[in-house]
Design a protein around this ligand. Structure first.
Ligand code: CTP
Ligand code: CA
Length: 223
């Protein structure tokens, strides 16, 4: 092939990316969710595709969209739907990057009708959702597995525990401590920690630049 795209570093690689929040239903009109915009995952998908990878982007509810023919967008709502979608693609991918802010708990019972208010306190019983990334880590073969970690204390120690618990190759530790990082900002301060516990702190950057740094790690892995 003399096509220019054949020279792209991730040509022929399949990358699964999760993005956005998940919505866990309480009743037909209400849910438990979080403020994830999905931007980090969508930016990673864009940069991966620009480097020639075929991308499957599994996203929770977000207004973002994609316009690259190399990206297949799969829209889901709940953690269970995201789990099912990820498992249906995992066998055929080389790399998985879990950027979604998956709900850790969901209502144990979903009311079939809209819940009516009364004069008493309303308690919702919650049960744990499945950990998608940890479940993929249990069955992974050659897949390069990248997770995110959001911590507010003992950051490095907690992130290392997540690498081990989820059988990851790389974790992207997100710092909330620094001004202008985390939810609701377009900048992130991240630290890369690999499976050998080598630690690489990065500067405060735009999400798109962080996405480029993550994709560079993948490119290095295959170089
Ligand atoms: N993750 C996942 N499925 C879940 C929960 C988390 O795939 N049910 C993934 C996230 O996409 C992220 C990583 O696991 O890549 C870590 O998420 P995080 O919320 O930081 O850690 P948890 O393992 O959920 O632990 P905790 O929230 O208690 O710190
Ligand atoms: Ca969590």
């Amino acid at each position: 092939e003399n096509d220019i795209s054949s020279k792209l570093p991730l040509r022929g690689k399949h990358i699964l990316i999760t993005a956005g929040p998940t919505y866990e239903a309480i009743d037909p009109v209400r849910f438990i969710g979080n403020h994830s915009s999905g931007k980090m995952g969508f930016d990673i998908a864009k940069i991966a595709a620009q480097n020639g990878a075929k991308v499957i982007l599994v996203t929770g509810p977000t207004h973002l969209f994609v316009d690259n023919a190399l990206i297949t967008l799969v829209r889901v709502k709940s953690a269970q739907e995201m789990y099912d979608a990820c498992f249906s693609y995992f066998d055929i991918v080389d790399v998985t990057i879990a950027a979604a802010a998956v709900a850790d708990y969901r209502p144990k019972k979903v009311a079939q009708q809209k819940i009516k208010k009364d004069d008493t306190t309303f308690i919702i019983e919650l049960e744990k959702t499945k950990d998608i990334l940890a479940s993929l880590g249990k069955v992974k073969k050659n897949q390069f597995l990248v997770g995110f970690a959001l911590e507010t204390e003992n950051e490095i120690e907690h992130a290392k525990l997540k690498i081990q618990k989820k059988n990851l190759d790389l974790i992207v530790l997100n710092s909330l401590n620094d001004k202008g990082a985390g939810f609701g900002h377009d900048t992130n301060k991240v630290t890369f920690i690999d499976k050998n516990f080598s630690i690489q702190p990065m500067d405060l950057k735009s999400k798109e630049e962080v996405a480029q740094d993550i994709i560079n790690k993948i490119i290095q892995h295959y170089a």
